[in-house]
Write a protein of this length. Structure first.
Length: 203
């Protein structure tokens, strides 16, 4: 393994260790000493990569939003080019299922990023919004393509509609965290989201 590869690996280990601690103990209860102990490195090694605990928090947020992007959107949307509203709605349904699968596999991840992290300070909120903008851009592009193909209402504003779609999917993820609260199990949430999307987008 090259020195560059070792450096990338060590940084990733620090980010993962910080993430685990933030989820287990809460961000405010963690100190740099906890992170280096979990990663099995020295303080000096930590400061080769990050300025302080707040700095590594930004890295955690970026890394795990990218993971969510891959798990929820990448796996479902890769190579998918809906040619009709039925196909688009089926894609949305699969994304909802991926949201539930992600929460099942990584409950602490979603709770930390969507609930706890955004309460830390305004910078975290801004960084989270910046990461979410990538999803919004993807949703906007999908809306534009649907309009061009004639299966989405051409009077809709693509950007606003994409942001609404993203908000609906985030709500589905929060429903997954609550686990059947108010009788909203996965099937009911999927059906409701798909029904809303169909009614909102159809020409």
């Amino acid at each position: 393994m090259s020195a560059a590869d070792r450096s990338v690996k060590r940084r990733a280990e620090l980010v993962f260790s910080a993430y685990e601690l933030f989820v287990d103990k809460g961000y405010r209860s963690v100190v740099v000493a906890d992170i280096v102990a979990r990663a099995g490195v020295s303080h000096g090694t930590f400061y080769n990569y990050f300025d302080n605990k707040r700095d590594i928090l930004d890295a955690v947020i970026d890394h795990y939003f990218a993971l969510i992007r891959d798990r929820v959107f990448g796996r479902v949307m890769a190579g998918q080019r809906p040619q009709s509203l039925d196909e688009f709605c089926a894609l949305v349904g699969r994304i909802v299922d991926q949201c539930y699968e992600l929460v099942e596999d990584e409950p602490g991840l979603v709770t930390f990023l969507l609930i706890e992290a955004t309460s830390i300070d305004d910078r975290v909120t801004e960084r989270s919004i910046e990461n979410l903008r990538v999803y919004s851009d993807e949703a906007t592009n999908r809306i534009k393509k649907g309009i061009a193909l004639g299966y989405i209402d051409p009077t809709l504003d693509p950007r606003l509609t994409g942001e609404v779609l993203l908000s609906v999917l985030l709500s589905a993820t929060l429903s997954a965290i609550r686990k059947d609260a108010n009788g909203l199990d996965q099937d009911r949430v999927r059906t409701a989201v798909v029904g809303f999307v169909r009614a909102s987008l159809q020409p």
